[in-house]
Design a protein. Structure first.
Length: 266
């Protein structure tokens, strides 16, 4: 199975909830950058191809516990999605492994049961059970499918800079009082979503509350109709109407860091 990455077309963050998570309203969009996940029966649970994995193993152990079966699978991960980049690669791998393993159970779990497992693993994992375009609210696991235009190119840029942990990014957000005015910003997001008809209308969505980057400013100068940080970063994306413009921007930013040109997946 291909485990696709995502970008956050908008990320509005609110206060801490009683469960210790932040209230969010975010638009997540699957893109065609992906990891390869292979799963087959085995005598014990093994995960190969990515030594840093914990999410896939945790997902399959949780599935086996819920289904009351031994975790007897061998998984191979072929990594393409950069790690700790704001693209959700680990969460997507976990979701793909859940779907593959569930499909070979004698009594597969229903999607709602998989959702419960996914939500315990991480806020993004339920999204990757569905993909496409989704509005995520609450702690990020309450999902509503969206019909958004997908006739554009996405240029991803991973700047050559040290990556702050997601926890550290959220701490900085809390320290600067970033949650203030959350209800208003969430309302602005929902209103803007209601007006999206063409790809360029995505430019009206509010910017990422957690992080910003001068690379986004440069992407807009190079012709992107929208540019922003995805997730907690550090990857920055630019949306372009034409592939040749995205290619030109990628060439101009080659010294800035790694680049990929991808498409959204409906």
């Amino acid at each position: 199975m291909r485990a696709y990455a995502k970008i956050n077309l908008a990320l509005v963050v609110g206060p801490l909830r009683p469960d210790g998570k932040h209230e969010v309203a975010t638009v997540m969009q699957a893109i065609d950058l992906y990891d390869d996940i292979e799963l087959e029966p085995a005598t014990a649970l093994t995960v190969e191809g990515f030594a840093e994995d914990t999410l896939v193993r945790g997902a399959l152990e949780a599935l086996a516990s819920t289904a009351v079966v031994p975790p007897s699978w061998r998984v191979r991960i072929g990594k393409r999605i950069p790690v700790a980049a704001g693209l959700g690669g680990g969460s997507s791998d976990a979701a793909a492994a859940l779907l593959l393993a569930n499909a070979v159970l004698a009594k597969p779990l229903k999607l709602g049961e998989l959702d419960e497992i996914a939500a315990r693993l991480g806020a993004d994992v339920p999204f990757f059970l569905r993909g496409g375009s989704q509005l995520a609210t609450g702690d990020g696991t309450d999902l509503e499918p969206l019909e958004l235009p997908d006739d554009y190119c996405v240029l991803l840029v991973r700047p050559e800079e040290s990556k702050k942990s997601t926890r550290a990014v959220y701490h900085l957000f809390d320290d600067r009082g970033g949650a203030a005015g959350f209800d208003g910003r969430r309302g602005t997001l929902l209103e803007a979503l209601g007006r999206v008809e063409r790809s360029t209308d995505l430019a009206s969505l509010p910017k990422n509350d957690l992080a910003s980057s001068p690379v986004a400013v440069e992407l807009e100068r190079l012709g992107a109709f929208r540019a922003d940080v995805t997730g907690a970063g550090p990857v920055v994306y630019g949306l372009f109407e034409h592939a040749e413009d995205a290619e030109g921007a990628a060439a101009a930013l080659a010294a800035t860091g790694q680049t990929w040109i991808v498409r959204p997946i409906a």
